[in-house]
Write a protein that binds this ligand. Structure first.
Ligand code: P1T
Length: 396
């Protein structure tokens, strides 16, 4: 069946995700017919008389045609009216923090990427922004925090979270935050807009480390924000230009190329992760598996409601503790021992000494026996065999 066409911002957009992912931001060039958006390297654009901008572009930091194509793509995929692109996920995070004023409080999930916590706690605290960590799955605690004196102006949630795969009810938190006059930001990196649509659930801003699933091939660092608010978009765009952490045109091109195959990659990776999570749950060496798709996951019912599929990130704690985890992570061959996630190839890491080293001794500290897998799109039998060999090797 053909997708129905809807008209948004004067442009015709197919409304099925798989079709959008292939076409958003990529209309054939009207002059050359090129099917792929050009990488426009020009850093400046000719003016017809002072201030007379031919095409809306002036200077490459303020805007660039390749970046605009990517920004249109992420807006379309998140069901937003505005998209903004940055040099990294943390640059995008930083840009959202610019919405706060000295003296404001920020309420953050007690499980987020270590670098996000570090930016809030080690950098922004010095500028008068206090960040509190809270288990945002506890809605009574969220309501209490939002009605306290000096209540937070922004609630920051990662769901599923990095690395414990906690799942937070986006619409419930967004509703509580809206009543209290606070903004809700969802880091949608683990889920991607294919699996979860935070803005449709009431969030004000959706954020991505595009370095992960959107880029999808471990070859580009980038960040993205999407919103339906004209006012927030204007303030973000001001800081995007004023602070200048923008991506290169080539990086924008790579992220867009990744986005084209997002739906099929997520289908495959999520199916692989589901199969491996079930298998790991039965392994004698494994104490506990953290995966939103397991019936034993504490939020299994919410996952079914909030996400299309449970995603391709999983964690497990080894019975043998940190020593066993370190041995295991050093014994895989197909799973490469490396930080990052979300690409076609499977990766393995230990969050405590690697991606989350900066949250040691904080409320976000993670178990040293935790192994994190970013499951790729390889053959699932090969992936299982690789883990099986690593279990044997790490036991001996
Ligand atoms: O690395 P960068 O593009 O700046 O993105 C930061 C970031 C933001 N949000 C989430 C949920 C993330 O996982 C990350 C980066 N994470 C890793 C590098 C990692 O291995 O977990």
């Amino acid at each position: 069946m053909q997708p129905t066409l809807t008209c948004e911002n004067g442009r015709h957009m197919p409304d099925r995700f798989e079709t959008l992912a292939v076409h958003a931001g990529a209309e054939p060039d009207p002059h050359t017919g090129a099917v792929v958006p050009a990488i426009q390297m020009s850093t400046t654009f000719k003016q017809d008389g002072v201030g007379g901008l031919r095409s809306g572009f002036e200077y490459g930091r303020s805007g660039n045609p390749t970046r605009l194509a990517l920004e249109e793509a992420i807006a379309a995929l998140e069901g937003a009216t505005h998209g903004l692109a940055y040099a990294s996920g943390l640059a995008a995070t930083q840009n959202i923090f610019y919405l706060l004023q000295p003296g404001d409080r920020l309420l953050m999930s007690d499980d987020v990427y270590g670098g996000t916590w570090r930016l809030a706690d080690k950098v922004w605290r010095r500028y008068g922004i206090e960040t509190d960590a809270l288990d945002l799955r506890d809605l009574d605690a969220v309501a209490a925090a939002l009605s306290a004196d000096h209540a937070p102006r922004m609630v920051w949630l990662e769901t599923p979270s990095n690395p414990m795969l906690k799942v937070v009810d986006i619409s419930a938190v967004a509703r509580l935050a809206a009543v209290a006059g606070a903004l809700t930001v969802v880091d949608n990196t683990f889920a991607t807009p294919y699996l979860q649509q935070p803005l449709a659930l009431g969030a004000d801003l959706a954020l991505h480390s595009a370095t992960k699933y959107l880029g999808g091939h471990s070859d580009v660092i980038g960040g993205l924000i999407a919103t339906r608010s004209d006012e927030l978009a204007e303030r973000l765009r001001f800081h995007q230009n004023a602070a200048g952490a923008v991506p290169s045109p080539f990086d924008c091109f790579l992220i867009m190329r990744g986005i084209r195959t997002l739906a099929v990659r997520m289908e495959r990776a999520s199916a692989n992760a589901s199969a491996l999570a079930l298998w790991l749950a039965d392994r004698p060496e494994v104490e506990r598996v953290h995966y939103p798709g397991l019936p034993s996951h504490p939020a299994a019912e919410l996952v079914a409601r909030q996400m299309r599929q449970p995603g391709a990130m999983l964690g497990f704690e080894m019975r043998g503790g940190e020593t066993a985890a370190r041995r295991f992570a050093g014994a895989t061959r197909l799973f490469t021992l490396a930080e990052s996630l979300g690409a076609v190839e499977s990766l393995i890491e230990l969050p405590a000494p690697m991606t989350h080293a900066s949250v040691a001794d904080s409320p976000l500290a993670v178990p040293p026996s935790l192994v994190r897998l970013s499951v790729g799109i390889e053959d699932v039998g090969d992936l299982r065999a690789d883990l099986e060999v690593a279990f044997s090797a790490s036991a001996s």
